[in-house]
Design a protein around this ligand. Structure first.
Ligand code: ADP
Length: 166
């Protein structure tokens, strides 16, 4: 069905790097949205111990979703609600893996609504096989020489391998 006014969703995160869990959530969101903007945050919080630059993270997201022109990627700095309003997003997509994600996600959704009353957040759960997967674990396992090919797509795997080789 083609809608006159396409439903646009925005999926923010650090995507350092994008994992198959993120990919799963992104592709699932297209069951309720016509277009998805993946918003790659400039800054990675210090606690997360970042690996890739924002340009690299953005490129990986673009490569991973090359096959689907309904998904585009942008980088962003500043408040998510400002970007969401600018691009006319109808809702924010976030992934929920376990109860441990819930508290932070709940606070953020409420704060976004305080900042912009039009803000809606839709939570999606990934396929069970990705429910334990996080970008920080992928970085750690890859750094220690473990095989992460089940957890990230080819363009990401190549970059991780180049990183550990260099
Ligand atoms: P991470 O928590 O892996 O560092 P981000 O900060 O980039 O990832 O998170 C962006 C969003 O994606 C968050 O809502 C997070 O809960 C969600 N997410 C991350 N990994 C997964 C996964 N494996 N399954 C479902 N959602 C996920």
């Amino acid at each position: 069905m083609t809608r006159v006014h396409p439903v646009v969703a925005i999926y923010p995160g650090s995507f350092d790097p994008i994992t198959k869990g993120h990919e799963d959530v992104a592709r699932r969101s297209l069951r309720i949205a016509d277009r998805l903007v993946v918003a790659v945050a400039h800054t990675v919080s210090q606690a997360k111990g970042g690996l890739f630059s924002v340009e690299e993270r953005l490129e990986m997201v673009q490569e991973v979703f090359e096959d689907d022109d309904r998904i585009e990627a942008v980088k962003f700095e500043g408040l998510l609600v400002d970007l969401a309003q600018e691009i006319g997003a109808h809702f924010v997509v976030r992934g929920l893996r376990a109860v441990s994600d819930y508290e932070y996600e709940f606070e953020m959704a409420q704060m976004n609504r305080e900042l912009w009353s039009g803000s809606e957040t839709v939570f999606l759960t990934p396929n069970q096989q990705y429910s334990f997967l996080s970008a920080s674990l992928v970085r750690e396992v890859s750094r220690l020489g473990g095989d992460v090919s089940r957890f990230v797509s080819e363009p990401v795997l190549r970059r991780l391998q180049r990183r550990s080789a260099g």
